[in-house]
Design a protein around this ligand. Structure first.
Ligand SMILES: O=C(O)CCC(=O)C(=O)O
Ligand SMILES: [Fe+2]
Length: 355
């Protein structure tokens, strides 16, 4: 059979929430089935029990400042690329209420209220599907541009629940606050100018990906989201309900993340890996699903300011070291991102020098 051409325009696919709730569905459609998964899972059973680091924001920023916590933070960024953040002061209740409220609405209301703009991938649907052969994720998402405020296109922002827009707007500002604090402390740990580092990211685009992964008849055969690293600076993830499912790749194994109540999950994206010349690593992650209950999450992505070139910071190339990544203009990087399906660290591989 001739292979259908791959396009750079995202293709429309079925709504997974509707598919999963179809009671006459007796088997998972083949496009969702991942043959590789069973071997992965066998390997995981043999994985030692690891837990990702937990960082206390109070101990990085306030009267309780602790050099030990700063060192732990540096290690978490270097060795894990992922950590849970506690004592962050972000009120999560409204987001939990309104994001679940949105996904509970009937399909037509969700679709009509915030239809998808294929080019910007904004709105409700799926993303990163570029070919008929590509395996599909067991999940739907609502993707929004949230900052700068002028980049918001309310045509894609749900009008229901009634408080949704205000809630997301408040939360977006809180994410900005946490991002700035974390970047400042990161600069301290890296021994570079704090203000300069924060400014490199100020007024950068902030987007949110709200994920809904329905339960599945055969969860061991599908993935809620394909393995990928985030093509962004810093990601802050809020788990909307108590259903775990995120796994991160560490030392060649998939480690399940057990979220602590009220914690936020932070991860280093590809852009921070490039800027830090590989000192901090963006880590592959994926989502597994279960037979019982849906998982919901909101990932908030923070990009660098569009006027700053994405490249290793000269201050971080020590004597005897070389640049590990190419320099790329932010606009070019976004183009690269929107034309590639999620596939491990594929984007970073394109950016690597000295492969
Ligand atoms: O649902 C999750 O925990 C992960 C979501 C994610 O990786 C993403 O949206 O990029
Ligand atoms: Fe991600």
């Amino acid at each position: 059979m001739a292979t259908k051409p791959t396009t750079s325009v995202p293709l429309a696919v079925d709504n997974v929430q509707a598919l999963a709730s179809n009671t006459s569905l007796k088997a998972i459609p083949p496009r969702y089935i991942r043959p590789q998964l069973s071997t992965d899972q066998e390997n995981n059973h043999r994985a030692p029990h690891h837990q990702i680091p937990v960082i206390d924001l109070n101990k990085l920023t306030h009267q309780q400042f602790s050099p030990q916590e700063m060192a732990k933070y540096h290690q978490a960024c270097q060795d894990w690329g992922f950590f849970q953040l506690v004592n962050h002061g972000v009120a999560e209740e409204e987001m939990i209420r309104d994001v679940s409220g949105f996904f509970e609405l009937p399909l037509e209301v969700k679709r009509d209220g915030c239809s998808q703009d294929a080019a910007r991938m904004e709105g409700y649907g799926q993303s990163f599907v570029f070919s008929e052969e590509q395996k599909l994720d067991w999940g739907d998402m609502l993707f929004l541009y949230t900052r700068p405020v002028l980049s918001r296109n309310l045509n894609h922002w749900p009008a229901l629940p009634l408080s949704f827009r205000e809630t997301v707007s408040n939360y977006s500002l809180e994410m900005e606050r946490i991002k700035t604090l974390l970047l400042g402390m990161m600069a301290k740990n890296l021994g570079i100018d704090e203000e300069k580092f924060i400014n490199m990211f100020s007024d950068g685009t902030q987007t949110m990906r709200m994920n809904y992964y329905p339960p599945c008849l055969e969860p061991s055969k599908v993935l809620g989201i394909s393995p990928h690293s985030d093509a962004t600076g810093l990601t802050i993830l809020l788990q909307i309900n108590e259903v775990n499912g995120l796994q991160i790749r560490h030392d060649g194994r998939w480690i399940p993340v057990q979220m602590l109540p009220k914690a936020l999950l932070i991860n280093i994206g590809d852009v921070l890996e490039i800027v830090s010349n590989g000192r901090y690593k963006s880590i592959e992650h994926r989502v597994v699903v279960n037979t019982e209950k849906e998982r919901m999450s909101v990932a908030t992505f923070h990009e660098m300011n569009r006027n700053v070139a994405i490249k290793p910071l000269s201050e971080l190339i020590l004597e005897g070291e070389v640049e590990q990544y190419k320099s790329i203009h932010a606009e070019e990087f976004v183009k690269l991102l929107s034309s590639h399906r999620l596939d491990g660290k594929n984007l970073l591989d394109l950016m690597k020098l000295n492969k």
